[in-house]
Design a protein around this ligand. Structure first.
Ligand code: GTP
Ligand code: MN
Ligand code: MN
Length: 397
């Protein structure tokens, strides 16, 4: 039945977290169809059932990406856990049989879906805002621009920037551009804290040649972190050089956290170059947080729009995420921020089901023994979970 004689369906089904998915997998047409349905339901969902449907399609698409052979016969799809025996299997079968699925093509061209896609491409906009805009009769990016002042989001800094830099931010960032920016940021951080360890994470670490942003992870000892806030210092240096277009910094020390927006308003506005700083106490001060949450809060990160030199004009805006972690959290932060998102979902679910562990990008917590499991490398984390190590490029679920 399978072209790969070593393929063992039982083993494939036994543990989803043991599967590997490379970018260049063998069932792109099926995965594309299932991912489109996932996107459709995650953007256009109305009910909890629709959200569940999105997750089911995400799992189904991931399963297909993990198959070590090209599916040529619908019988090869039978019995695959996560593909189920209903909707996803039906769509996958249609693609194998005819290369075409009526349902997928209808959804792909669905007017409402197309509008939701356009809206969600605005930095700062998710399905709930898209839904509001659609209900107000907006359909295109032009509509949003024209009626922006009437939208109650017009004071939301992030979305204003999302609109002002819509084209820039939807132009894919190429690997070489990401690498150059990464080197620049690393050099700057090393001047502030010579012992800092940085790595490029996110999609580029998984082997993608372009992406929607650059993700950089910083690691430094806890005491440096508490005294300084290295990410804040790096952000400030970039700002001094005039390279920050917009940024949102957040840090949490125990139950208390701060969030700071620091940004000149978009070019062309009367308040050009005005620095807006908002400080919000995000979390209450009475410490009724359990240990897990407390640890989750002890990180700093900065979502930003930075300037990137451009050949055609002085600069264009790109998305950069800077994430800080203590040395103890580093391997967990690496896994969590390398992704992809579906791979993390799967790992976290597995950790919970198999060991009653809670896995996050700040650590692995044993809920039975009430203790954190220490790790120095990503391999240690896989060992704790009794999983074979997976390279970053095998985590493209
Ligand atoms: P592209 O950027 O589109 O190329 O893909 P990507 O996989 O790099 O996506 P993204 O930059 O959005 O996220 C990278 C990883 O960080 C993913 O695994 C996300 O799940 C994770 N991530 C994103 N936002 C957060 C967050 O707020 N908290 C945590 N813990 N993880 C996050
Ligand atoms: Mn990314
Ligand atoms: Mn990111």
């Amino acid at each position: 039945l399978y072209p790969d004689p070593d393929f063992d369906l039982n083993k494939f089904n036994e543990c989803v977290a043991e599967r590997r998915a490379v970018l260049d997998h063998q069932n792109k047409d099926i995965a594309e169809a299932l991912d489109l349905l996932r996107e459709y339901w995650s953007l256009c969902h109305q009910t909890v059932t629709d959200e569940r449907r999105a997750l089911a399609f995400a799992r189904a698409a991931a399963a297909v990406k993990c198959l070590p052979f090209k599916v040529t016969n619908p019988r090869q799809l039978k019995g695959i856990k996560d593909l189920g025996d209903g909707h996803a299997l039906r769509v996958a079968t249609q693609i194998v049989e005819s290369g075409h699925s009526q349902e997928v093509e209808e959804k792909r061209n669905d007017k409402k879906f197309l509008s939701f896609q356009i809206f969600c491409k605005v930095f700062g906009v998710g399905p709930s805002i898209a839904k509001k805009w659609y209900a107000m009769g907006l359909r295109t990016a032009e509509d949003v621009k024209k009626r922006f002042d009437q939208l109650d989001v017009s004071k939301d800094n992030m979305i204003s920037y999302g609109m002002a830099f819509y084209d820039d931010l939807n132009r894919p960032l190429q690997l070489v551009e990401a690498e150059n920016t990464y080197k620049h940021i690393t050099a700057l951080a090393q001047r502030i804290l010579p012992s800092v360890v940085t790595s490029m994470i996110g999609g580029f670490r998984r082997g993608k040649s372009s992406g929607h942003d650059l993700d950089v992870l910083f690691s430094y000892p806890e005491r440096e972190h508490n005294e300084h806030g290295l990410i804040a210092a790096v952000r400030e240096e970039l700002d001094k050089k005039g390279l920050v277009v917009w940024s949102r910094y957040s840090r949490a020390d125990g139950p208390r956290g701060v969030e700071i927006d620091s940004s000149p308003l978009p070019a062309g506005s009367a308040k050009d170059h005005l620095l807006v700083i908002m400080i919000i106490l995000k979390y209450p001060l009475d410490g009724h947080f359990d240990q897990l949450e407390r640890r989750d809060f002890s990180t700093e990160k900065n979502l930003g729009l930075f300037q990137l030199a451009d050949s055609a004009r002085p600069w264009r805006a790109i998305r950069v995420d800077l994430v800080g972690s203590t040395t103890a959290q580093y391997p967990y932060a690496q896994i969590g921020w390398t992704g992809n998102k579906q791979y993390n979902r799967c790992l976290r679910q597995y950790a919970k089901d198999a060991f009653n562990y809670s896995l996050s990008s700040t650590g692995l917590y044993d809920k039975r023994q009430h203790r954190w499991l220490p790790a120095q490398t990503e391999r240690d984390v896989f060992d704790h979970l009794k999983l074979s190590y997976r390279e970053p490029w095998e985590r493209n679920f």
